[in-house]
Each structure stands twice: as C-alpha cells, then as structure tokens.
Write a protein of this length. Structure first.
Length: 311
C-alpha cells in the first residue's frame, strides 16, 4: 500500500511507520513537529520507501499520485501538551481530520483514525466497552482533546456512510515505551525521569486513580491487524491490566532501583478516576491481545530513558 501518515514523528506514529515499512508498504510521513520529534524518524530517512513532509495537517494537503490509505495520527496526546496547545488540538481533530478525510475521499483510499480512551472521559463504567458513550466535560481542560477526538470519530463515520469510504477507528488506551519524550508530562516518562535522577516522584491526588498500560509493540501490532481487517466500527486497543497510579510509581521506583521519595501533588481537574479497556471486540475480530507484561515493558522503557538522559 501507498500510505499517507499524519503524526509520523510522534511516539506511536514513528513506531507504526517503521512497522509499515517493514511490512513492505510505502509511507509519506507528515508532521508539524509541535510535539513530534524529528529524531524519532532517524532510522527511516534513508529508506527509499519513506518520505517526510513537514506540514500542519490543518492546512490543505496536496499529495500528487495515488494513495491506498490515509492514517490520521496527528495530535498532541499528553494532557500537559493539549493543555499547552488547546486550539491546535481542537483544530487537528476537527480541521485536520476533515482534510485527511478529504484526501482519502479524493484518492478512494481507506481512512484510519487514531482515537482515544479519552472519548469515554471520566468513565462511570469500568472496564469500558466500545458501546459505552462516555462521560466527558466538554468545557473542561481535557475537553479540547476529548471533544476533538469525538468529533473526529463522528466525521469519519459520516464520510464512511455518505461517501462509502472504508474507515478504521482505533481507540488507543494508555501506551508507553521508548521514544516518549522526557518532558512529555505523562505518568511513565515523569516517574522514570524522576526515579533515574533520584528526584521526588510526583503522584497526583492520592494515586488511587487507575490506568491500564499497554506496551508499544503490542499496540502497533493491534493497529496493523485492525488496518488489515474489515472492522468499520471503533475498536479499543490497550492492555486490560489495571493498576492504581501510586502502585505504578512504586513499581517504577523499584525497577529503577531508585532512592526517590514519593510526593503527592494536586489532582488535575477532570482526571479520570478509572480506566481499563474491554478488549473483547479486538480479541474476537482481530484475534489480538497484548503479550508484554507491565514489568517487562517498563524495564525496556527504562533502558531507553537511561540512554536518553545521558545524551
Ligand atoms: N500522573 C501522576 N503524576 C505525574 C503524571 C501523571 O500522578 O507526574 C497521573 C495523572 O494524574 C493520571 C495518571 O497519572 O491520573 C495518568 O496520567 P497520564 O498523564 O499518563 O495520562 P492520562 O491517562 O491521564 O491521559
């Protein structure tokens, strides 16, 4: 396939572009580099089937020639990032999705959307199945991301229904691994950099809120299976192993053999209290489930952060 990939320089984007090239596809990667990093694509620049275009996808996208698929992954995705860039986050989910769908329509290409567990907001149902409609505060600080992604899903389904464009929608739950930015602000990079520097580990609230963390290699394998499937409805991908954030902080401290203290900081507004994917649909339709344990994934990620802190 010839693929246009938006958000190619991001954490998930760069891993996925690598996988697509390994599978023999050709990839045009697009990114405006506001949260993505050029270094994430270091291994790809010399590959003959990869081309990079620095562009904001909220601007008109002009791609000459044919395309088989448009994978729309561009968006700030960490809470501090979308709080820093609220309007670009809304724009990339709305205008960027519209542009990317327009390209898919004109090329008669398949469209894949990177959606998120944030469409469920602070869920009142745990675990969250795809059929759950969510509990989102549209005007709260996280609303810029949550509503942009909800709009993007609505837009993708409308193009599917009105124009017959094949769509794939992946609702990505918390994912971690190498290439997360040191200053990304999410729990895993924060706790790892704090533990490795023997600085206080900042747990927000009492740390009783839960998350379920998926290792990157599992996630991208699931996304690839979804891409090759015929499932036109949203699919949750994530690891159902759910733990309280305080326990995650303790685990990272232990794996890093760190002397850091754990300190408590105020819980950000609208921070979801629980989160855990119901992955029955992915198991049934994609024959997918995660394989990498939390400990193993954290160990691999820690090696990356150790290296990154040295350079
Ligand atoms: N969190 C924390 N300390 C940090 C960063 C995050 O306690 O230094 C908490 C955050 O409040 C949330 C959880 O860890 O409850 C996961 O946060 P993250 O930013 O990784 O992603 P989210 O799942 O909220 O999108």
């Amino acid at each position: 396939m010839k693929i246009l990939f938006t958000g190619a320089a991001g954490f998930i984007g760069s891993h996925l572009c690598e996988l697509l090239l390994r599978k023999g596809h050709s990839v045009i990667g697009m990114d405006n580099l506001i949260t993505g990093q050029r270094e994430n694509l270091q291994n790809l620049f010399h590959q003959p089937h990869f081309r990079f275009i620095r562009q904001d996808v909220t601007r008109y996208i002009r791609i000459p020639g044919s395309l088989d698929a448009v994978l729309h992954f561009a968006s700030p995705a960490s809470p501090p990032d979308y709080l820093k860039y609220p309007i670009p986050t809304l724009k990339v989910g709305a205008l960027g999705t519209h542009n990317a769908l327009g390209v898919a329509k004109s090329k008669k290409a398949l469209f894949m959307l990177a959606s998120t567990s944030e469409v469920y907001g602070d869920p009142q149902v745990n675990p969250q199945p795809e059929s759950y409609w969510g509990n989102v505060n549209c005007i709260g600080p996280r609303g810029v991301y949550d509503e942009a992604k909800r709009f993007a899903e609505a837009m993708a389904m409308a193009y599917c229904r009105s124009h017959g464009i094949p769509v794939r929608i992946v609702r990505i739950f918390n994912t971690f691994g190498p290439r997360m930015r040191l200053e990304d602000g999410r729990a895993v990079p924060n706790f790892m950099t704090q533990a490795l520097r023997n600085r206080p580990i900042t747990v927000y609230g009492k740390g009783r809120q839960t998350r379920s963390l998926c290792y990157i290699s599992d996630l991208i394998e699931g996304i690839y299976k979804l891409l090759r499937s015929d499932v036109q409805e949203p699919v949750n991908l994530g690891n159902p192993h759910e733990i309280p954030i305080l326990q995650l902080a303790e685990l990272i401290r232990k794996i890093a053999r760190s002397k850091s203290k754990i300190v408590f900081r105020p819980l950000p507004l609208d921070d979801p209290q629980v989160r855990r994917p119901d992955i029955s649909l992915a198991k049934k339709r994609l024959k997918w489930e995660p394989k990498v344990s939390l400990e193993k994934g954290l160990q691999r990620t820690l090696c990356y952060f150790q290296q990154a802190l040295k350079t």
